[in-house]
Design a protein around this ligand. Structure first.
Ligand SMILES: Cc1cc2nc3c(=O)[nH]c(=O)nc-3n(C[C@H](O)[C@H](O)[C@H](O)COP(=O)(O)OP(=O)(O)OC[C@H]3O[C@@H](n4cnc5c(N)ncnc54)[C@H](O)[C@@H]3O)c2cc1C
Length: 497
């Protein structure tokens, strides 16, 4: 039997594995994290810690399947704009088919009934009118919000089903893949225990699926095969986590949970968008070991009186600069430096007035995350802050109150994306038998499309190994798509359904 290495078992890896369970191929799964049933909830949330542990933990770190464990909101609509760019790769019908599969799988394994958030016609007319008057564009989406509290049960149940139907699968938990290298037609995988290294081993595989997420993006660039890939520099999103009263946003929360509203800043023509809304949720730190970002999540049962969401300004770069990730990490580090190592917090009123926030004692909105009061304008480029303020002023026309002085801004909230990699419709790269899926391919930006890319790769591998013959070849030439460079910066308005 042919052997396949699946490097990383996050959202994309899990759905690739689902497709490969019982297939005619021996699958070896490697993941840095412990077996799913031992992955724990956020220790801060559980009241066991006040601050993040010195090492990034499996709850939040993007290297450890964060979105499937944290908040677990799944976008179910095949959109050209939201959640990734697979629409451009496989088209709307094929994308929607896979997203429906992801939805059905999650709902089957959910321990409680999880409603699908789907705006009705009245809601759509409501938002379309208000968004237009505010100078914003609304993008339609249906979504599932599973909640951080349901995530462990869902993931563990999906994995148990895969194990039951997959005698062809071997797991290497707590194992870091050190390198993937081509050896003739094969891949040499070097791996070691993650927590207790010193048992380095090398094994050969016929095929390889890399699904290391955004956290593994740097690792990916260090691999021997990387130079042979067709890559384009990625994009960065720099912004803040906004926390405001849930009463200011309740009308849209009730109708949409998270309306995707895009805006073009007047002065710089940058795309500014909201992302990851958490009505009645909590702001959390996102610990990357050498810098700390902010994020947010919400739960099905425990609620706050606030809503938090990110407002992000998207930037792409042209030659000679080609390290957008370093750019956003540098901004994040400056913000952390000013805050003594963690996130900064500032009232919107103070940012507008050009002064630092000194205390939040009498502020209308009470923060759900303890952060250092300060001045974000000392860390962020003016252009970015201008876009954020313009966005909040526009949003205020839809959600009156949102741009009140009491609204809180946390920084840094930065998203950097790996290089865009050319792939076939089954996520196979220009290196034959090497598939790169999920956020590490840069084709996806969320759980729904990451899982979809896993299904695509699984289908591709299944076809290749059918009948156990050696039919391994590169994707047919017409199937290999040249990646369109970057994403959000070229947003078009989508017609509403
Ligand atoms: C805090 C946070 C909250 C988020 N919330 C949401 C949300 O609610 N909804 C949403 O759609 N998206 C959310 N996202 C984004 C979402 O997490 C990603 O889009 C999604 O997880 C991508 O899936 P993936 O399989 O590409 O990568 P991941 O899910 O990150 O999985 C990568 C896997 O690879 C493993 N790995 C990495 N390197 C190695 C190595 N060298 N050897 C072995 N294993 C390795 C990791 O342990 C991990 O299990 C969130 C992200 C963060 C950071």
């Amino acid at each position: 039997m042919q052997k396949l290495a699946l490097v990383g078992l996050g959202a994309s890896g899990l759905f690739a594995l689902k497709e490969l369970a019982g297939a005619d191929v021996e699958v070896h799964v490697f993941d840095v994290g412990p077996v799913y049933s031992k992955r724990y909830a956020c220790p801060i949330d559980q009241g066991k810690l006040d601050v993040c542990p010195p090492k990034a933990c499996s709850y939040c770190a993007p290297g450890q399947s964060a979105g499937s464990w944290n908040d677990f909101k799944v976008i179910l609509s095949a959109s050209q704009v939201i959640g990734g760019r697979l629409f451009d790769l496989i088209g709307e019908t094929e994308l929607q088919k896979r997203l429906d599969n992801v939805r059905a799988t999650i709902l089957t394994h959910a321990p409680v009934e999880i409603p699908v958030v789907k705006p009705n016609e009245d809601d759509l007319n409501w938002i379309k009118k208000r968004a237009t008057l505010a100078g914003m564009t609304y993008h339609y989406q249906e979504l599932l919000h599973c909640g951080s509290d349901n995530a462990p049960a869902i993931n563990t149940s999906i994995l148990s089903e895969i194990i039951a139907s997959g005698p062809n699968i071997v797991f290497h938990w707590d194992t870091k893949v050190l390198s993937v290298a081509r050896r003739g037609e094969q891949f040499a995988i070097r791996f070691d225990h993650y927590r207790k290294p010193g048992h380095e081993t090398e094994e050969s595989f016929d095929l390889c699926i890399v699904s290391v997420g955004r956290g593994g993006a740097h690792w990916l660039t260090q691999q021997e095969f990387y130079k042979a890939l067709d890559v384009h520099p990625g994009q960065v999103d720099i912004g803040v986590r906004v926390e405001t009263s849930c009463y200011f946003t309740e009308e849209v929360d009730k109708r949409f949970y998270e309306p995707k509203l895009y805006y073009r800043s007047h002065r710089h023509n940058d795309v500014v968008r909201n992302f990851c809304s958490n009505p009645r949720g909590f702001v959390t730190p996102e610990n990357h070991r050498d810098y700390v970002l902010v994020n947010g999540h919400s739960k099905m049962y425990e609620k706050s009186e606030n809503n938090n969401f990110a407002v992000l300004v998207s930037k792409t770069f042209t030659r000679p600069f080609k390290d957008p990730q370093l750019y956003s990490q540098t901004i994040a580090r400056v913000a952390n430096m000013l805050a003594g190592g963690g996130p900064l917090i500032q009232r919107l009123g103070d940012l507008r007035a050009g002064r630092r926030t000194k205390s939040l004692q009498n502020n209308l909105v009470k923060p759900t995350l303890e952060a250092e009061c300060g001045d974000i304008s000392l860390a962020y480029p003016h252009r970015i802050l201008e876009g954020i303020i313009e966005y909040l002023d526009a949003l205020n026309k839809i959600c009156p109150g949102v741009s009140d002085d009491s609204t809180l801004l946390y920084a840094p909230e930065c998203k950097s994306y790996p290089d865009s990699i050319s792939v076939s419709k089954t996520m196979e790269t220009t290196v034959p038998n090497l598939f790169i899926i999920g956020d590490s391919s840069s084709w996806t930006r969320g759980v729904g499309q990451a899982a979809t890319s896993g299904l695509l790769a699984g289908e591709g591998v299944r076809q290749k190994v059918k009948g156990a013959g050696r039919v391994f070849a590169a994707a047919p030439p017409g199937e290999s798509v040249a990646v369109k460079p970057p994403f959000v910066a070229e947003i078009k308005a989508e017609p509403l359904p």
